[in-house]
Design a protein around this ligand. Structure first.
Ligand code: FE2
Ligand code: FE2
Length: 195
């Protein structure tokens, strides 16, 4: 369903399991950034009521995820550290086309979000299948399903707003998949959600 062109090496899960405090801090901020992105889409594109409704619900769900990751951090006696620099997200941001029409800008941002949700979902699947910590394996299995739903919603919205504006959304989505597959191999050497 995700159509990702590169599959994460399961050995990445070993790195994660060796440094849970680091990955949980990184994960918490991934959830916060997902909520922030949803809010920024509302602020930039208030003229699309369906988008505003979906992003409003999403921001709340992502903050709920943040809160649950934070509870795990506290329960295990860890500390939420400072936000980690997310080089994966920054590199992907550089792929977005600039100077587009309003609909074009929206489609770029929706596909960008769909991409991050897809990779998060895949990474959560790897964790759910390969880490030995049973509480976390179950937690990641649940989040995997949730992020898969977000991925599908972002793609659906990109098609809904892009196709009437004459944008070949699926061709652009393929470009995202190709680009991401080329860069993600460099991002599985550390205890971070996106590497
Ligand atoms: Fe989430
Ligand atoms: Fe999400």
């Amino acid at each position: 369903m995700l159509r990702l062109k590169h599959v994460t090496d399961p050995r990445w899960a070993d790195l994660v399991e060796k440094d849970l405090e680091e990955v949980l801090t990184d994960h918490a901020y991934c959830e916060q950034k997902a909520a922030s992105t949803a809010i920024s889409l509302i602020v930039k594109f208030p003229e699309f009521p369906e988008l505003v409704q979906e992003m409003s619900a999403l921001a709340q769900e992502e903050m709920e995820h943040f809160s649950r990751v934070h509870e795990i951090i506290m329960k295990r006696g860890f500390k939420l550290g400072q936000e980690r620099k997310d080089e994966y997200v920054n590199e992907l941001l550089g792929f977005l086309k600039k100077g587009n029409s309003k609909a074009g800008q929206l489609v770029e941002k929706l596909l960008f979000a769909a991409m991050i949700e897809a990779r998060s979902c895949e990474r959560f699947r790897v964790l759910s299948e390969h880490i030995e910590d049973s509480e976390l394996a179950l937690f990641y299995k649940e989040l995997m399903a949730s992020e898969a739903g977000h991925h599908t919603m972002f793609l659906k919205l990109a098609r809904k707003f892009g196709i009437p504006a004459g944008i070949d959304v699926d061709a652009r989505w393929n470009e995202f998949l190709e680009f991401e597959a080329g860069m993600i191999e460099n991002y599985e050497q550390r205890a971070r959600i996106h590497g």
